[in-house]
Design a protein around this ligand. Structure first.
Ligand code: MF3
Ligand code: CO
Ligand code: CO
Length: 249
């Protein structure tokens, strides 16, 4: 069941989206060797409350923290911890989802920690470009498969792989709703995009094998071969006039 949003609802969603972007801007200077992922969690949790928001991940299906922090081979859903201290050369994805006025805004970025290897820089750059190419496919009448194909073609041409175990999602008053947005696939296939749809695109791109496994904590997803994984995420809305808007900027 896809919940179609009015332009007024999309306007409201921009408040949550803008806060998500602010949080990701504000956390950047703290991402340095020596900081723990719990410290990043606590900063973002505090800023969210100050802004009148709520951190959606906290207690979501039993998730224990306010953000996800996914370091190196962690694909997604890394749990912030006092034991996870960032070191020079790491890459970390920070994924935030504040709720403002009842609506969710979901966004993530992958940051370098100090000086990183050239291959890590390349993976981050390609993953950002995958998100941009996915967004460029969004229009009324396009198909979910058009988004997936654009991402998959570029990632694989660059020698990387696309994670299949996690997908983008419709979003609104609930965190995850229909439609599912695959980051791989075939043009012309899948759900047709319509005015009033709001959904995330959030490609996870691996250096090696696309397969993942989940750790015993029930959340932390890692690459099966231990290679690096990067991710970027935006929440996208389609206005009644067909205009496509990135809500998380
Ligand atoms: N923000 C993630 C997403 O992009 C979901 C995190 S669910 C959590 O969909 F429970 F791990 F927080
Ligand atoms: Co999401
Ligand atoms: Co997210």
């Amino acid at each position: 069941m896809i919940y179609i949003k009015s332009d007024a609802e999309i306007d409201l969603m921009k408040k949550a989206g803008r806060l998500a972007a602010d949080l990701l801007d504000r956390i950047e200077p703290y991402i340095k060797p020596g900081v723990t992922t719990l410290e990043l969690n606590d900063l973002i949790h505090g800023w969210t409350l100050e802004a009148g928001g709520i951190s959606a991940p906290l207690n979501y299906k039993g998730y224990p923290k306010s953000i996800c922090t996914s370091v190196n081979d962690v694909v997604c859903h890394g749990i912030p911890s006092a034991k996870t201290k960032l070191k020079e050369g790491d890459i970390i994805n920070v994924d935030v989802t504040p709720i403002v006025g009842g609506f969710h805004g979901d966004s993530s970025r992958t940051y370098p920690v100090g000086k990183i290897s050239e291959k890590a820089q390349h993976l981050i750059k390609v993953t950002q470009e995958c998100l941009d190419r996915g967004i460029a496919e969004v229009r009324i009448g396009a198909r979910v498969g058009d988004i997936g194909a654009a991402i998959q073609e570029y990632a694989e041409a660059c020698g990387f792989s696309v994670v299949r175990d996690f997908v983008g999602h419709g979003i609104g008053r609930t965190f995850h709703e229909d439609p599912q947005i695959y980051h791989y696939g075939e043009r012309g296939r899948g759900q047709r995009l319509e005015a009033g749809m709001v959904f995330t695109i959030e490609p996870m791109i691996n250096e090696g094998d696309w397969r993942t496994k989940t750790k015993k904590d029930g959340w932390t997803a890692v690459t099966i071969d231990g290679t690096l994984s990067a991710q970027f995420e935006h929440t996208i809305g389609i206005r009644s006039d067909g205009r496509v808007e990135i809500l998380t900027t």
